[in-house]
Design a binder for this molecule. Sequence first.
Ligand code: UD1
Ligand code: UDP
Length: 354
Amino acid sequence: MKILTIVGARPQFIKAFAVSRELRTDHEEVLVHTGQHYDEELSDVFFDELGIPEPDYNLGVGSDTHGRQTATMLEGIEELIESEAPDVVLLYGDTNSTLAGAIAGAKIDPLVAHVEAGLRSYNREMPEEINRVLTDHASDLLFAPSESAAETLAEEGITEGVHVVGDVMYDSILWAREVAAERSTILDELGLADGEYILSTVHRASNTDDPDRLEAILDGLSAVPLPVVFPVHPRTEERLKYYGFWERATDELEVVDPVGYLDFVRLLDGAERVATDSGGVQKEAFYLDTPCVTMRDETEWVETVESGWNVLVGANQRKIENQLTRDQNVDDKPSPYGNGTAAEAIVSILTESL
Ligand code: UD1
Ligand code: UDP
């Protein structure tokens, strides 16, 4: 079996890592990096740390408007599907790289397989929501991380090719938690101790591109008595500077460059709480038993909220501050996203599907 895997953004390297390990034991994988993320700390660091082989192709698309970025990827991916003639085009998550792969793949021969199918925020203002819906409807094989994701697909009329396999990020973090505990020195470097700091990340367009929301988040985080470690996404750094909030952010938070996956997992594992608008970080917090405060108005990862491990606070200064300073009411933790063996299930279903 020949698989053409499309990745382009930070969380996709982490997801593809888990599946590639499994896939490459018996199958041929051609790895395509669209170049959506290109900074060393958003791209190369993950390949180095996770031992992911160098991409076979890098389309080098870089940053642009959604239309131009997706169109450039689409053109490049189509050419590669024609020249490589894979059996399967394998896609992850909900970025523009995912959508470009779905459109290119759906119009040519190979099966299109989507990992993380069936997630919905039901907020069509979110670019990722458009990417998810379109990718799911263009895919032949839909790997859902949970029963609820499969039900969502059924509600949209998609029942064929749907497989509940669990979450590949769970596979990745089981490996990373152990390795990070041995290798990461980030807590010493930052002068922090377990349980004595808050970790925070922000990069969602709805937060970074709205000065009122961004300022409210900054106000909420700054009011917390514990140090707040803030590995800043380049998009967020650019907006903080543009709106004149950068000095405040660096004065009031422990702002650091984006960190590698192992350091991030170590920070998340040791944090008293995490405040984020990331999709992946909400789940990772859940796997590592770190209560999560999500600075969004809705989430695709509904089970984390239902169990009390995740609380939605929007970009509301008071709610952010309150939630980060009070005890979080966590229930027993359910296991809605499988048991960390999603990659194995995906590879075996791919093999049977050809
Ligand atoms: C993208 C995904 C988002 C995902 C996130 C993971 C889309 C629509 N968005 O958001 O779903 O959660 O990746 O981190 O696909 N930039 C750099 N260096 C880089 C990459 C980006 O400086 O290596 C800056 C540029 O100013 C760029 C901005 O970040 O314009 C946004 O980058 P982009 O890839 O368009 O979206 P993300 O916000 O990273
Ligand atoms: N991450 C990382 N370093 C950081 C911030 C995040 O390695 O400084 C990892 C994190 O562990 C998770 C992934 O990046 O696996 C999440 O990516 P991001 O929040 O950018 O995207 P999303 O999941 O929201 O699409």
